[in-house]
Design a protein. Sequence first.
Length: 253
Amino acid sequence: MRILVTNDDGITSPGLLTLVKYLKSVGTVSVLAPDRNWSASGHVKTLNRPLRVNAETLADGTPALSCDGAPSDCVALAALGLIKEKIDLVVSGINPYPNLGNDMTYSGTVTAAMEGAIWGIPSIAMSLDGSGNINHLDFSGAAATACRISKQVYEHGLPVKTLLNVNVPNLPIDQIQGFQVTRLGLRVYQDELVRREDPQGRPYYWIGGKPPTGIAEDSTDFGALAAGYVSITPIHMDMTAHHLREAVSTWVW
Ligand code: MN
């Protein structure tokens, strides 16, 4: 199987390198990733400027391509023919922070996999729950998990417009409790408006505050991670609120 690996932290990120090393054991890997960090860039389609692609070499000698576009641009370019061979699977990651609940549409990692789903390619987003211990990231468990999930997805396929969002505890594979297939949980953002002044006295703003937390409810992505399990959430690109159609139809139109 031909696997396209991309990432939202950039071509030099350790999560990408570990993912590529491991996925070589299950398929032929092509790498096309952004040339810089696009974390929390959301789902991007760059239309108003050219996209440049450069040949790169990863730290282990693997040939790769970098692009000055977003992660989702990388997947679109590959699907449009920049990668000549047919792509059987897109794997995006491994992000050093988890992507849970409402993170879905902010995440460069997840939206790269969404782009794969739009192109009809089975796609997986891989994130590590490094938030509690960002100075001691162990990508090996998440990379081994990516291999296992890639084989399953290749065997079973995924329906159109769907992808798998995977979050893995920051542990070696033999210390992970197992797998839970989950639903999106409730992310709790602790964002605060931070107002400062530039040297000319004009105000500027940051979205500041503490990192997000979440509700560790059973059967959710956050709950699975909190209990030491790999969380696998099937995601659907159809964002229609079907349960609201009838009620909205009764309004005065
Ligand atoms: Mn990232």
